[in-house]
Design a protein around this ligand. Sequence first.
Ligand code: GYE
Length: 326
Amino acid sequence: MRRFCSVLLCIALVFGMAGCRKTQDPEPTNSKKFVIGFSQVGSESDWRIANTKSMTETFSYDPDYEFIMENARQKQENQFASVRRFILDGVDMIIIAPTIEEGWQTVLQEVHDAGIPVIIMDRSVAVWDDNLFLTNIGSNFLGQGQKAAAWLAEQTEGEDQVNILHLQGTRGATAQIMRTKALDDAVAEHSNWIAAEPLYGDFTEAKAYEVVTEYLKENRDIDVLYSENDNMTFGAMHAFDEAGITYGKGGQVKIITFDATKEALQYCMDGKIDLCVECNPLFGPQVKELIEKYRNGGQIPKQVSVEEKIFTSKDLDQAFIDAREY
Ligand code: GYE
């Protein structure tokens, strides 16, 4: 009987709700909203999580926008599927944070043919026709690597030999290509710098821990760790700890890391990391500014960079770290 009553209640509710809809004014449609489809790389790092937060906070609560984000879980083919779905949905704009640079020509041509403007953010795409996107907003990754190399040159001046362990992020991603190029160029200029074959950490802590642990079984003669992001650095530090290898101030290995997230800055201030190269993920508001300019018929630059610094322990205090947003 109880069940029968609840079935009746449900039916009444459904019809009641349907009835309500009919008598109400028509609901506002989404048609006036500017619909953005965003294909995000994944959630591989703290940097990425902060970047996703910045984007969603910028657009999701703004009534002028409808923001559809899809997480590609670090796979380019997932990005292609999302972008094609966005085309079918008829979004007003597509934003892509590309996993890797190569392979975008066809799908970007499809977006172009559908008349949908595209913004490339964070990393870049290698296409021969740069009319396929409006603008590329992100970091100067080569500049970041060069700052790191310049710092290392100062620190190791006069040393006979500097053995560098290089942890690489996702191969083919702009952040990897350029940070690697900066190191390779610097190694070529310093005859005393010896870089071992890079280890592949895919920008994740777990992978970096695994490969560094394995590496340390045969090789312990490391003077510098050049790690292409903070999460890989944390994985490497864990592996060093387990292998009894010291690092940071007064330790065996100097650590250079990219991103400068709150956790890395804390390690830096505490003397565990020597250099944090900043890579700013909080450019949601800057992306929005560009979009608004574009929607108002303004010209937007083809390449937009975000401002970034480097930090050693003397540049840091607790208040600065506590106030850090990522
Ligand atoms: O450094 C890393 C992330 O492309 C800038 O990707 C980004 C890089 C960042 O996973 O932590």
